[in-house]
Ligand binder design. Structure first.
Ligand code: FE2
Length: 387
């Protein structure tokens, strides 16, 4: 890690601890702050930005003339042909149903998708790279909550930011997450964060994850949470979900911001939850309010998929009788809120990547904390399997 990133983290720590005395500077590691959670545990956050070179692989060139659902699906398929995806370059396999699931997503979208919603989707994905654009389309065409959040942001005049996607990859028995991480690093320019404790997470209940990062020249940060079951836990849900739904994102995570008085502000989670609820979407239990806005997140209720073939459900039932119901919890939305740093520091943050900051530029969001809190990731995963 080069000095300019850690030096910048010290400025972030100065600013955050001055803003709110609940945050305590770690005297041993000055780029780390800590805060007590609701159980009085000390939660540590390393504020060092991830180090990557800026990438100019924008999906926008593919989508510039798209104004219909047929056009959107045609371009989606073009990108799938032009780029390498999971099943093109790995020996990993999923159920035949995984492609049926996806085909049905497109059939239903062609029947039901309104042209205004297509415009919202195109507006969102054109600022992503081709990998996250493809995964986001699959999510936005299927999950009602995903699309509802785009509609809410549009009606409120808020900016929607891609926060991350979670790709479920099978099991460590097949080195699945590593293989997908390699695909993303070699084909799309993603990187491990190169910060101790943030490059690999191992969870006690039998799963692990490799978070990967990238920044585009429009300022958009892309995060991918690449996870897998541990081979020691054959009942763990991730490997079975991957078998049923393939490499579609388990969830797309979105953030909303607005610009007021020349500064960008995160829309707080309670405000978004309230609007989602008013618009008929069910939201589960939030996590992270103890961080005072630095990182809070919540899942929406998963889409219920009752079309999984009986033969697959019976096979899963033989492994664990809870799996069939858990697997009917298909894709969902994660709503995230990450606190924005001051304008003065945002300028310095974008300079780390040799980008000129402008608060009113749509994707110039500069957040204190870029990573995932494992304790919160575990909470949201658990809330997503409740049946
Ligand atoms: Fe997530």
């Amino acid at each position: 890690m080069s000095d300019q990133y850690t030096e910048f983290a010290h400025l972030l720590v100065d600013e955050l601890t001055q803003l709110d005395s609940s945050w305590i500077r770690n005297t041993a590691v000055p780029e780390v702050v800590s805060i007590k959670n609701q159980h009085h545990d000390d939660i540590k956050l390393n504020l060092t930005p991830f180090e990557v070179s800026v990438n100019d692989d924008l999906a926008g060139q593919y989508f510039k003339n798209v104004d219909s659902i047929d056009g959107l699906i045609e371009v989606y398929k073009q990108i799938c042909d032009d780029f390498n995806f999971e099943l093109d370059v790995t020996s990993l396999s999923v159920s035949d149903y995984a492609s049926t699931f996806l085909n049905n997503v497109f059939i239903n979208a062609r029947k039901k998708m309104q042209v205004d919603d297509v415009s919202l989707i195109v507006k969102f994905i054109k600022d992503l790279d081709c990998y996250t654009a493809v995964k986001s389309i699959e999510s936005l065409l299927y999950s009602h909550s995903d699309l509802e959040l785009l509609r809410i942001a549009n009606s409120q005049g808020w900016q929607t930011h891609f926060d991350h996607i979670a790709i479920r990859c099978g099991s460590s028995e097949h080195d699945s997450a590593n293989k997908i991480a390699e695909l993303l690093i070699n084909n799309y320019g993603y990187n491990h964060p190169r910060i101790k404790n943030e490059d690999y997470y191992l969870f006690e209940d039998g799963w692990s994850a490799y978070p990967l990062y990238k920044i585009l020249n429009n300022g958009q940060v892309l995060r991918i949470f690449v996870d897998q079951s541990e081979s020691t836990h054959p009942k763990q849900i991730i490997q079975h979900w991957n078998h049923v739904y393939g490499f579609t994102a388990h969830h797309l995570a979105l953030r909303l911001t607005t610009v007021e008085q020349g500064e960008r502000w995160a829309i707080p989670l309670p405000k978004i939850i309230s609007l989602m609820t008013q618009n008929g979407r069910q939201v589960l239990t939030p996590a992270g309010y103890y961080t005072k806005g630095v990182l809070s997140q919540v899942f929406t209720k998963p889409e219920k998929n009752i079309n999984i073939p009986e033969v697959i459900l019976n096979n899963k039932r033989a492994i664990c009788d809870k799996l069939p119901d858990m697997l009917m919890n298909a894709k969902l939305l994660e709503i995230v809120s990450r606190k924005e740093m001051s304008r003065k520091l945002a300028e310095k943050y974008f300079n780390l990547y040799e980008l000129d900051y402008n608060a009113s530029t749509a994707l110039h969001s500069a957040v204190y904390y870029h990573y995932f809190l494992p304790v919160q990731a575990a909470h949201v995963i658990n809330s997503s399997i409740i049946v």
